[in-house]
Design a protein around this ligand. Structure first.
Ligand code: AMP
Length: 213
């Protein structure tokens, strides 16, 4: 199964990708996670990406396309993959299509998580992520049992630096301008399915599982 999770920042792509990865034993590829790790390790890639990420802007296409091209040829991707946060522009989608075609592969499904803008702002402002395992929590809808500590692995929770109000609004605007056109791109190819992203994460996950199986 080769799946793309589409949806604005805060729509729950990361959470759902983690759950899908566990259930179907298919790797999740999150360009955001790869870039954040590079920034943390202060690698050349991290240095190139940090400025755009801090401002809530997109990292240049050629950088993320290069990352994905390297990642999807790794052996664990032979069973498929779940893309979270990629593609985010039409150019990225076209390059992905080209790369997969050269490998005689294709995307099976693009699941578009639909959530209202107001709800997105509430979700992003209250979310925290585990530094160690990437599990996600929310101060009202999914609080950790102990504040600041991950339920899954005991790791430390942190708030992403780009989850502040000003950057959140900018990320939503960029999503609407650069990424939302991908819906038409994949609709034309008969791959797009929309899924209601409101409600609890278990309910959304169960709907998503029905869609992919
Ligand atoms: P995310 O965790 O998916 O919200 O990504 C966090 C940040 O990483 C984004 O705001 C962008 O700055 C950068 N980023 C992640 N994926 C991409 C992508 N496919 N294209 C460009 N920038 C990206």
């Amino acid at each position: 199964m080769r799946l793309i999770l589409l949806g604005p920042p805060g729509s729950g792509k990361g959470t759902q990708a983690n759950l899908l990865q566990e259930k179907f034993e298919i790797p999740k590829i999150s360009t955001g996670d790869i870039l954040r790790a590079a920034v943390k390790d202060n690698t050349e890639l991290g240095k190139q990406a940090k400025n755009s990420m801090d401002k809530g802007e997109l990292v240049p296409d050629d950088i993320v396309i290069g990352l994905i091209k390297e990642r999807i040829v790794e052996p664990d991707c032979s069973v498929g993959f779940i893309l979270d946060g990629f593609p985010r522009t039409i150019v990225q989608a076209e390059k992905l299509e080209e790369t997969l075609a050269a490998m005689e592969q294709d995307i099976d499904l693009v699941a578009d998580l639909v959530v209202d803008r107001d709800e997105l702002l509430i979700r992003l402002a209250g979310r925290s992520t585990c530094k160690n395992c990437g599990a996600m929590f929310h101060q009202t809808s999914h609080p950790p049992k102990v504040e600041g500590v991950c339920d899954e692995c005991g790791g430390e929770l942190y708030q992403r630096p780009d989850d502040n109000e000003e950057t959140i609004v900018k990320r939503q605007d960029i999503y609407n301008r650069e990424t939302a056109p991908l819906k038409d791109f994949y609709r034309k190819r008969g791959k797009l399915k929309s899924i209601q992203g409101r409600g609890g994460m278990d309910e959304i996950f169960s709907n998503l599982c029905k869609m992919v199986t």
